[in-house]
Design a binder for this molecule. Structure first.
Ligand code: SF4
Length: 68
């Protein structure tokens, strides 16, 4: 399954990628649960976001992307 262009969300600590039953991927913003000013499913690609926080390179998701 190829990953869509998530824009800024693709490198953000608060992003969770959610697969659908139809085989596509949604980008869920975990900040939305605590702050309603963030959309739960932001329209991608996200170009700018006040809540962006860079995901550390050593997270599981990054390792999965690297094939580890
Ligand atoms: S905080 Fe912003 S950049 Fe991060 S996942 Fe949410 S919408 Fe995307």
């Amino acid at each position: 399954m190829s990953e869509p262009n998530f824009g800024l969300c693709g490198g953000c600590l608060f992003q969770r990628v959610v697969p659908t039953t139809r085989g596509s991927l949604f980008s869920l913003c975990e900040r939305a649960a605590e702050d309603p000013s963030f959309p739960r499913y932001p329209r991608i690609p996200v170009g700018s976001c006040a809540g962006f926080l860079a995901r550390p390179a050593s997270t599981d998701q990054q390792q999965a992307e690297d094939g580890e």
